[in-house]
Design a binder for this molecule. Structure first.
Ligand code: 5AD
Ligand code: SF4
Length: 444
């Protein structure tokens, strides 16, 4: 009998990848995916715990699902991901309709948990960090399709930034063996992937055994992946400035498949705040790192994460962040108001910032970032860029893809372009995307 699973994903790209792997692990036991919870026998919320708002969303969704479940016989609700890991017991208390709570390290055990429930075992909770590599316990082939895919190579974080829950929810840094990653990447390319984004909470801290028995860092891994025939593009995210080694910087200049776009969160431009955040570098060290990266790859486009209103952030500290943004220039960024997370050191710090001050700073910061983003996009007008087409466009007759710098690019053209890289002459841009026309003579 075919059953249906609906998976709703919150948060980062690692959850997007995990959701796909959950679908992969459920397929052999008869679950096909459903687009809506209404049509599903099993609904999985793959959750994010990074900020309070993200966690709150899960509880309101669970309220809606509980009603759906009450009206429908035999529906199961599972909570996966970081809220499951961090608040397993609380979920059971606040949302009694939940049947399964499964942490990010345990989802390969979903089939077993579902079978136990069918046998009448009652609610299941598994938030262990098993010694075994969960990736080795998952099906080798993935049902993922599409030319641009994610591949998790590293999980967890040992950095302990004082605002962040990740070291608690995702545990210590762990890197997958290079041979298993290369095999998965080959499989992806064989099934149509042209671009792979390597994922990790701290992906540039990647360190694991290579096929030659030596220890490989991320740069070595990227160089090996770049040799896979048919793999046109490699990206990686998210990185920490402290782990940006010489070999990785050099790879940006030497590996053509490594795209000229780097997400390198700095969080703040104030040394006092960076210290209080336990980021382990200064604002000037970040500036010098960017200089070295741009020396290796002149057209490297930068992206970052920022937090405003961290405890103790003065007007001068915030001004230092604004200065750093003007000095470096970002083509894209994520910015957040500091959110107090229970159990993290910063949540107990004095001088918490009032909400209105956070709002005002966020607005000022975002205005500058959006201005830089729009200016960068407009500056590409007239250039011809390789675009990897990966989806139909907004309007009929249009097709959309990504530039090397990760912006969406929309052109008039046939859907048969999906899956290929073609040259596009950029004719205009806005804050969020580029428009262009196919440069037929040069099309690859
Ligand atoms: N409050 C606000 N933003 C946070 N981030 C992580 N923890 C918090 C928090 N407590 C942001 C950081 C990080 C991104 C993934 O989320 O900027 O880089
Ligand atoms: Fe969180 Fe800092 Fe680790 Fe990033 S580096 S996951 S912000 S603790």
């Amino acid at each position: 009998m075919t059953r249906k699973v609906h998976i709703k994903t919150y948060g980062c790209q690692m959850n997007v990848y995990d959701s796909q792997r959950m679908a992969d692990v459920l397929a052999p036991i008869g679950y096909a995916t459903a687009d809506t919870p209404e049509g599903a026998d099993l609904v999985i919320l793959n959750t994010c715990h990074i900020r309070e708002k993200a966690a709150d969303k899960v509880y309101s969704e669970l309220g809606r699902l509980a009603k759906l479940k009450a009206a429908k016989d035999g529906m199961m609700i599972a909570v996966a991901g970081c809220v499951a890991q961090a608040e397993g017991a609380e979920i059971s208390r606040r949302a009694p309709a939940v049947d399964i709570v499964v942490g990010p390290q345990a989802y390969h055990r979903l089939p077993q948990m579902i079978a136990e429930i069918h046998r009448g075992a009652g609610r299941r909770l598994d938030t262990e960090f098993p010694a075994l590599d969960k990736f080795d316990a998952l099906p080798a082939a993935s049902g993922a399709t599409g030319p641009a895919r994610f591949l998790t190579v590293q999980e967890g974080c040992d950095k302990f930034c004082t605002f962040c829950v990740v070291p608690y929810t995702r545990g210590a840094e762990y890197s997958r063996r290079a041979a298993s990653i290369i095999a998965e990447a080959r499989n992806m390319v064989a099934t149509g992937a042209r671009e792979i984004t390597l994922l990790g909470q701290n992906v540039n801290a990647y360190s694991a055994e290579g096929p030659d028995g030596k220890d490989w860092g991320l740069a070595r891994l990227i160089r090996a992946l770049a040799e896979i025939d048919g793999l046109a593009r490699i990206r990686y995210t998210t990185s920490h400035p402290r782990d940006m080694g010489d070999d990785l910087i050099a790879a940006h200049g030497e590996v053509p498949a490594l795209m000229p776009f780097l997400h390198l969160p700095v969080q703040s431009g104030s040394d006092k705040i960076l210290d209080a955040m336990n980021r382990k570098h200064t604002a000037d060290e970040y500036r010098r790192l960017i200089d070295r990266l741009r020396h290796a790859r002149a057209d490297l486009a930068l992206s970052s994460d920022f937090i405003v209103g961290f405890p103790g952030e003065s007007d001068a500290d915030f001004a230092a962040t604004m200065q750093l943004i003007r000095d470096v220039g970002f083509v894209q960024a994520f910015s957040f108001k500091y959110s107090r997370r229970p159990g993290t050191p910063a949540s107990a710090m004095p001088k918490q910032i009032a909400e209105p001050a956070k709002d005002a700073r966020l607005q000022e910061l975002q205005e500058e970032l959006f201005r830089q983003q729009t200016a960068f996009n407009l500056s590409l007008t007239g250039q011809t860029l390789p675009v990897l087409f990966d989806r139909p466009g907004r309007n009929p007759g249009q097709v959309a893809g990504r530039s090397p710098f990760l912006q969406s690019v929309h052109v008039t053209g046939p859907l048969s372009l999906i899956g290929s890289v073609a040259m596009v002459e950029i004719t205009g841009g806005s804050q969020n995307s580029l428009g262009g026309q196919l440069a037929h003579a040069e099309a690859a």
